[in-house]
Design a protein around this ligand. Sequence first.
Ligand SMILES: NC(=O)c1ccc[n+]([C@@H]2O[C@H](COP(=O)([O-])OP(=O)(O)OC[C@H]3O[C@@H](n4cnc5c(N)ncnc54)[C@H](OP(=O)(O)O)[C@@H]3O)[C@@H](O)[C@H]2O)c1
Length: 341
Amino acid sequence: MSAQGISRVLVTGSTGFIGAHVVDNLLARGYSVRGSTRSAKKGEQMKAARPQYKSKLEFVVIEDFTKIGVFDSVMDGIDAVIHVASPFFYDTTNNEQELIIPAINGVKSILSASAKPGSKVQRMVLTSSFASVVDVNSTPPPGFTYTASDWNPLTYEAAADPKSTSVEAYRGSKKYAELAAWDFIKDEKPQFDLVTLCPPMVFGPVVHPVPDIKSMNESNSVLWSVADGVDPLPGVRVPAWIDARDLAEVHVQALLKPEAGGKRFLAASPEPFSYEYAADIMKEKFDWAKDSVSSNYVAGQNPSASYGVDGQTAARELGVTYRSFKDTVVDFVKQVKETIL
Ligand SMILES: NC(=O)c1ccc[n+]([C@@H]2O[C@H](COP(=O)([O-])OP(=O)(O)OC[C@H]3O[C@@H](n4cnc5c(N)ncnc54)[C@H](OP(=O)(O)O)[C@@H]3O)[C@@H](O)[C@H]2O)c1
């Protein structure tokens, strides 16, 4: 694959937190973007907020991306795909129906449309997750570092078990959706290649339509709850993170670097985080936070991760640098306080 032939990119999940950053990164580099969304209104809002890209940005409404065939009519002129969309929420009533099956079928649906005769798609970048990598039930030996070769051992049956939590089901949704993509490439041998990305917690300012704080995406909502005075502070599920702007850069570099084809990357800052560390940053940087953010913890303790996460391979091979947790927290909290509340 060569980046020379890429002009128009289809981005699914384009009106969500990460997808909108991917859209902006592509536009800033001069690419045309077709974003898929479930909401015509959100697409219009994204366009209205980017008047300078009027001729390069369009949206198509795909209400149910899990039906095979729904993407077939929107592939015209598309040279590459970044598939970001996947259900990411924990307030479920049926984990398998709401999280796992849609994630897997969404992947199958976009893959099959991209592989149809006449398709010009050269590469697909898939937003998977560190959830498809980490084994939350094991205590790794001291010094252990997760790499992109690791897979979460969770079985489909355990993830889909009605007794499983939505967090377990989400982990299964990401693992089995990513596996479905790799299986498709192996079995169908389409004309395009695949790159999968496994980010841990993603935080940062938003560039998609967020009418109020209740509509904030899952990971940022938890970070905001710290600024909002939640007590006790949330526990950390995984001690690793990446800024959404850096993750967008990772996506687009993964799309454009020929040698990335066929690879799986962990995309993560080398700096561990905790919500205690976030609270310290907020109290240091914002006067209003000194009283409102919880002090019910030992301040000034640097977060210590129980394992490492190799984000450096992605940084090196894709040519990306990661910003600091402090910058991410400050930019996000400032934005929410000044423009969303
Ligand atoms: N945020 C994190 O910490 C994190 C970490 C690792 C991986 N990820 C992955 O990153 C991706 C984006 O997540 P995000 O944080 O940006 O969350 P988000 O803002 O909730 O975005 C999810 C996107 O997926 C789309 N989507 C969800 N269910 C869908 C369905 N049934 N049919 C069609 N589209 C659907 C949404 O479409 P609409 O805009 O139309 O609602 C939205 O654009 C997901 O694949 C997620 O698993 C996120």
